[in-house]
Design a protein around this ligand. Sequence first.
Ligand code: FE
Ligand code: FE
Ligand code: ZN
Length: 274
Amino acid sequence: MLNIGCHLSVSKGFLAMGKQALELGGNTFQFFTRNPRGGKAKDIDKADADALLELMAENNFAKILAHAPYTLNPCSKDERTREFAFQTMADDLRRMEYLPNNLYNFHPGSHVGQGVDKGIELICELLNKVLFEDMTTTVLLETMAGKGSEVGSRFEELRAILDRVGLNRKMGVCLDTCHVFDGGYDIKDNLESVLDEFDRVIGLDRLRAIHINDSKNALGSRKDRHEKIGEGNIGLEAFGRIVTHPALCSLPFYLETPNELDGYAREIALLKSF
Ligand code: FE
Ligand code: FE
Ligand code: ZN
């Protein structure tokens, strides 16, 4: 059975998202931990979190994925911006313990002219402060498209981050299909060799989640514009190979395509049909 869901709005609470995921035909979902523009998160309603955990257990849910605000920049040149990223992630990870054993994904950030090596150093500095011994959440680095000065569009960069984090056993990688394609990894025509390279550089055991998105742009474009499944340059056949690949098919897949809920329901059904 395919573990699949889509990005949902957290505004009505945890249990509401779980129910919505089921209505859409899925068994997982992704949500932003707070308004992507930053700002304070709502207080956790423990009863609501417990109700979601119960619904997940009863309905064979895969792990759910909390996404950090995409505006955070852990490797900014500005110390206050980095401090804000740290405070936000520290708060998010504390709150995630109300939903134990799930996933938390973040964008490594943009080095804004400092260079990739400095960017990696700053990201690791933050991770080494924010991860804690008894946490149950797995923190995922997302593969990026390489837009602007984004860190994480090469598998080697993600490897370098993992290598320098003391508690890296709490970490993994989330592969975004649009991002890797825009970053130059040909998952459309050479899925096997991309996965071999991932395995050689990072290790497939680190791969914990897939963001499943088509791309509006060409291979290597470094653009990061998501498209509906089958309507972009990756194409439906490639997605059929991705969701059925033995190294990937048991992972949780999360749609971040430009859709309303009915569109997500159609894509979930389509991907399950493979
Ligand atoms: Fe993302
Ligand atoms: Fe993504
Ligand atoms: Zn993206």
